[in-house]
Design a protein around this ligand. Structure first.
Ligand code: GDP
Length: 485
């Protein structure tokens, strides 16, 4: 058939345009090479050859410096022996340790940001594995490991780092305890929603010259800080080469880094084949309720219906005459099947939507099938099965044709950006009413950096951070600031 010949002409691109290395054994992590076969459309976004070559050289560097190597041993020995100050020269292997904390969406966004920073600065990213992250993701780099060994010498103390700590970069700046003649062996970077201006100086060129010399960086971030790296002219030059299509940063990095474990992948594929694969068209709707008493709210339900109908993502309901006419003709007009995947902590949203399209036919004749994988009610970060379900749902959302997500939700950010989709963003309701308009189409598929620096560095000190680089702008879905490509 035509279909077959089409398939043999364009075999599924397992390595995603060279983004992935072929050096892994397939069975250990099925999602790695199977992922592209689930995508209904191949991503129109191809990684640049420069990104591909940069990733291959990163993999070599990680192999040379990673856990179990001579270089890693030396670097950790130095860390213990010479706790005071590092030699004022660039070390062969320098590291950035990512610490786990916060919800899964935050974790995925920050891992990608830290990895991008590691690529730009030729550091090795190591991931704190003490919670359940190893149940979620496979290793991304071949022949080595990105898990921080459990006997890492600073393991006990790094968990307690906060912005007041004397090892925190912002605090050291305030106390004048860091300068080019006294470089510490390690630094803690406070890159969280409550970071101070001093902490955010981390991105600036002058600060980077200093930080570059510190062999070990410890970071426990909860915000997607990649957009601010473009404000540093040194990084900018490399970033435009890595990502000529600027809004593809997270899309490529996420497809490169995050490979769900077999257990999670089983959940994704079973659900996909049960609910999404047979539909002509799919729609993802992610409903996150940021409220003192989160749960089901009628105004949120109304907002979802109004957004999806207004934007023609879901059909209107038929009038009674249309319904009777249809029944008389004993046929549905198009019989097009549209599958709607709802994800939320609360099952009531999908139940209502499902009833809506069961009780009355759609005016277009489309058959609308609504489903929701889980309704966990409360966030239970660090509960293995809960987190695995959350990851499976993020993946499933990313496989839909169109997507509606909730303002400010990193869970939604990951889903649309991974899927290479420009979402419709549901504005955050205030005072228990559905906002009007209910949603806005995002101009890009990049996630938003929710709490960015308000101004630039050095020469751009007095410039609003959304006005420094033309394509790094404020986000559509939050009122004050935010920064995205
Ligand atoms: P954010 O708080 O919306 O930015 O997203 P995070 O992912 O960082 O944190 C929210 C956490 O709540 C998730 O990681 C899940 O543990 C849970 N959660 C929120 N919404 C959903 C959902 O739609 N499905 C599932 N399974 N879990 C959710």
């Amino acid at each position: 058939t035509t279909n077959d010949s089409k398939q043999s002409e364009t075999p599924v691109d397992k390595l995603i345009g060279g983004l992935l290395t072929a050096d892994f054994d397939e069975g250990s992590c099925l999602s790695r090479y199977q992922k592209s076969s689930l995508n209904r459309k191949t991503s129109p976004y191809k990684p640049s050859t420069y990104l591909v070559s940069k990733l291959r050289s990163y993999e070599m560097l990680h192999k040379r410096c990673g856990p179990g190597t001579e270089a890693y041993k030396k670097a950790t020995d130095d860390l213990v022996l010479d706790e005071s100050y590092a030699r004022n020269s660039l070390h062969e292997c320098r590291y950035i340790v990512w610490m786990e904390g916060y919800g899964l969406g935050n974790q995925i966004l920050t891992l990608a940001s830290v990895f991008l920073y590691a690529l730009l600065t030729e550091r090795i990213i190591l991931v704190d594995q003490r919670k359940d992250i190893t149940d979620l993701f496979c290793e991304p780099f071949p022949g080595t490991s990105w898990w921080l060994p459990l006997d890492f010498p600073l393991m006990k103390q790094i968990g307690g780092y906060k912005k007041e700590s004397s090892r925190c970069y912002g605090t050291m700046l305030n106390n004048h305890t860091i300068n080019s003649t006294s470089i510490p062996q390690h630094l803690y970077l406070h890159n969280v929603h409550d970071s101070r201006d001093e902490d955010k100086m981390f991105f600036c060129q002058r600060d980077q010259t200093l930080i570059d010399k510190v062999p070990w960086l410890i970071i426990k971030p909860n915000v997607y800080f990649a957009p601010s790296l473009w404000l540093n002219p040194n990084f900018y030059t490399v970033l435009v080469k890595l990502f000529p299509q600027k809004e593809t940063v997270f899309h490529h990095l996420a497809r490169y880094l995050f490979h769900p474990t077999n257990q999670v992948w089983g959940m994704v594929t079973r659900y996909y084949h049960a609910h999404l694969s047979k539909a002509e068209e799919t729609l993802g709707i992610q409903i996150r309720v940021f409220d003192k008493n989160p749960g089901y709210y009628q105004h949120v339900m109304d907002q979802v219906v109004s957004c999806t109908q207004r934007e023609k993502l879901l059909p209107e309901l038929a009038t009674q005459e249309e319904e009777e006419e249809e029944l008389r003709l004993n046929t549905t007009k198009g019989e097009k099947l549209k599958a709607v995947l709802v994800t939320s902590l609360y099952p009531e949203y999908s139940e209502n939507l499902k009833n809506m399209f069961w009780e009355r036919p759609s005016s277009t004749g489309e058959i609308v099938e609504v489903s929701q994988p889980s309704g966990e009610r409360v966030q239970q970060t660090e509960n293995k099965l809960h987190d695995q379900k959350a990851l499976a749902e993020i993946y499933l959302l990313s496989l839909t044709d169109n997507i509606v997500t909730s303002a400010r939700s990193t869970f939604g950010y990951v889903a649309y950006s991974l899927g290479g989709l420009k979402p419709w963003l549901l504005y955050q309701p205030s005072s228990a009413t559905a906002p009007d308009p209910p949603c806005v189409r995002s101009k890009s598929m990049e996630p938003c950096y929710l709490t960015p620096p308000s101004h630039g560095c050095d020469a751009d000190w007095r410039t609003n951070s959304g006005k420094i680089v033309p394509f790094v702008r404020h986000c559509e879905d939050i009122i004050y600031g935010g920064l995205k490509i």
